[in-house]
Write a protein that binds this ligand. Structure first.
Ligand SMILES: C[S@@+](CC[C@H](N)C(=O)[O-])C[C@H]1O[C@@H](n2cnc3c(N)ncnc32)[C@H](O)[C@@H]1O
Length: 379
C-alpha cells in the first residue's frame, strides 16, 4: 500500500503544479522545450557554439536552444515569479524596465500589473517568441521591445526595474543603473546569490569589496529573498537571490571618476593595509606620474617628459621616495595607515580621498574617457 505522509503529499502536489505550470507557459509561449534535459545542461552547453545560433532548422521549427553565454536560464516557478512582482511594488501607473525578458515569464506578469513595460533583450529569437506570446494576450500596446545589448542600449524613462538579469553582466548593469543618471523608484533584480551577498556586504564583512563600496555611495540595497537553482530551466550551477536597490536621495559631493579610481587603488588588494598599498613602488610611480600631469585643481597639464619610458618605471628616484612619504604622511594624518579598506566606512574613505586631492594627489587619469562598463566589469 502506498504510504503518504503530509510532507510527501505536499512535495508531490507541488511538483505536479510546477510541471503543469511549465507546460502551460511553454504552450502559451508557442515554443518547445529546449532540446536537452536539465541534468545534461552542462554537457549540452559545452557542445554549443555560444556565439552563433547554429541550429537554424531548430529555430525555424520554433524550438529554442538556450545559450549559456547569454545566461539563458528561464525562471519557471510561478510562486517565485509572483513573489518578485509583489515585492517590486509595481503599480498600474508604472513604466517598468525589464532587462533580459527571455520568453516572457516575468514580462507577462509585469504587463498585467504595470502601465507599460520596456524590455531590453539581446537575442532576437527570444524577442520573436515574446512578441507572439504578448500578441496572444493582447498586450502589444503596452510593450516596447529594444532588441539590443542592455549595456549598449539607451533606456527610455522608467519608474522601476524588475528583472531576472543575465548574471554575466551583473556588475556593469548595476553600475549603469545606479550611476547612469537614471531616476527610478527601485530596481528589483534576481542575481547570482554570491553577487547579491557582495552587494549587500558591509564594512568588516568578509565579502565587503569595491562593488559594495561603490554602489553604497549612491544607493541602498535590501535583500528580498533567496531563490533555488531548481526554479530555473535549465538548472544553473548557482543559487540566486532577489535584491531591491533604491537610489539615495542625497548623494555625497564627490568626483565620481576620482572615487572609482581611488577605490580601485584601495581595494586592489583589499586585505592589505592602506599603508602597504600606498607604499608599493608601482603604485607610487603611477600616482606620481598622474599627479605630475595634473594641476593642483585637477586639470591636465601635459609635461614633455611624461610619456618617457623612464617615467613609467617602478624604480623610485628621489622624487618617488619623497612622493611616497607624502602619501604615507596623509594616511597617518587620517589615522588610516594600518587600516584595511575592507573595514572602512564610505565616510572614512571619502575623507581620505579629500585629503589626497587637497594635497594635489589624483587617482583618475583625465585623459582616459570615462567608461562605466570597463570600470565595473571586473568587480
Ligand atoms: C536569466 S535569462 C532571464 C529570462 C527571463 N527573464 C526569465 O526570467 O525567464 C536572461 C535573459 O537575458 C538575455 N540577455 C543576455 N545578455 C543580454 C544583454 N547583454 N542584454 C540584454 N539581454 C541579454 C538572454 O538572452 C536571456 O533571455
Amino acid at each position: 500500500m502506498l504510504q503518504c505522509t503530509k510532507s510527501s503529499i505536499n512535495r508531490r502536489s507541488w511538483h505536479l503544479i510546477h510541471q503543469l505550470s511549465i507546460q502551460y507557459q511553454q504552450r502559451h509561449a508557442n515554443y518547445s522545450r529546449p532540446p536537452f534535459k536539465n541534468k545534461h545542461i552542462d554537457e549540452d552547453y559545452n557542445n554549443l557554439d555560444h556565439k552563433h545560433i547554429r541550429n537554424r532548422k531548430e529555430n525555424q521549427e520554433d524550438h529554442l536552444q538556450l545559450y549559456k553565454s547569454w545566461g539563458q536560464h528561464l525562471l519557471t516557478n510561478p510562486r517565485v515569479l509572483d513573489s518578485i512582482i509583489r515585492n517590486s511594488g509595481v503599480g498600474s501607473d508604472d513604466t517598468v524596465l525589464e532587462i533580459g525578458p527571455g520568453t516572457g515569464n516575468l514580462t507577462m506578469r509585469l504587463l498585467e500589473a504595470a502601465n507599460k513595460v520596456v524590455a531590453v533583450e539581446v537575442d532576437h529569437r527570444m524577442v520573436e517568441n515574446l512578441r507572439t506570446r504578448v500578441s496572444e494576450r493582447g498586450f502589444d500596446e503596452k510593450l516596447t521591445i529594444i532588441c539590443k545589448d542592455a549595456l549598449k542600449a539607451d533606456f527610455p524613462d522608467f519608474d522601476l526595474v524588475v528583472a531576472n538579469i543575465p548574471y554575466g553582466i551583473s556588475s556593469p548593469l548595476v553600475a549603469k543603473l545606479v550611476f547612469g543618471g537614471y531616476h527610478f523608484r527601485s530596481a528589483t533584480l534576481l542575481l547570482q546569490k554570491e553577487f547579491a551577498t557582495r552587494l549587500l556586504a558591509n564594512p568588516g564583512d568578509s565579502e565587503f569589496n569595491r562593488l559594495a563600496v561603490n554602489v553604497k555611495l549612491v544607493a541602498e540595497v535590501e535583500h528580498v529573498m533567496n531563490v533555488s537553482k531548481k526554479d530555473f530551466v535549465p538548472i544553473p550551477k548557482v543559487d540566486s537571490s532577489v535584491v531591491k536597490i533604491r537610489l539615495k536621495t542625497e548623494i555625497p559631493d564627490v568626483n565620481l571618476n576620482e572615487w572609482w579610481a581611488f577605490t580601485k587603488t584601495c581595494f586592489g588588494k583589499k586585505n592589505k593595509t592602506l599603508g602597504a598599498t600606498f607604499r608599493q613602488k608601482k603604485k607610487v610611480a603611477e600616482l606620481l606620474n598622474l599627479s605630475k600631469a595634473t594641476s593642483f585643481d585637477g586639470d591636465i597639464v601635459r609635461h614633455e617628459s611624461f610619456d618617457d619610458e623612464e617615467d613609467q618605471s617602478d624604480i623610485l628616484g628621489i622624487d618617488g621616495n619623497l612622493f611616497k612619504e607624502k602619501l604615507v604622511g596623509i594616511l597617518r594624518t587620517a589615522g588610516l595607515e594600518d587600516k584595511r579598506p575592507s573595514k572602512l566606512s564610505n565616510e572614512k574613505l571619502m575623507y581620505l580621498l579629500s585629503l589626497f586631492n587637497k594635497a594635489g594627489i589624483w587617482f583618475h587619469d583625465k585623459e582616459k574617457p570615462r567608461d562605466i562598463n570597463a570600470s565595473f566589469a571586473a568587480l
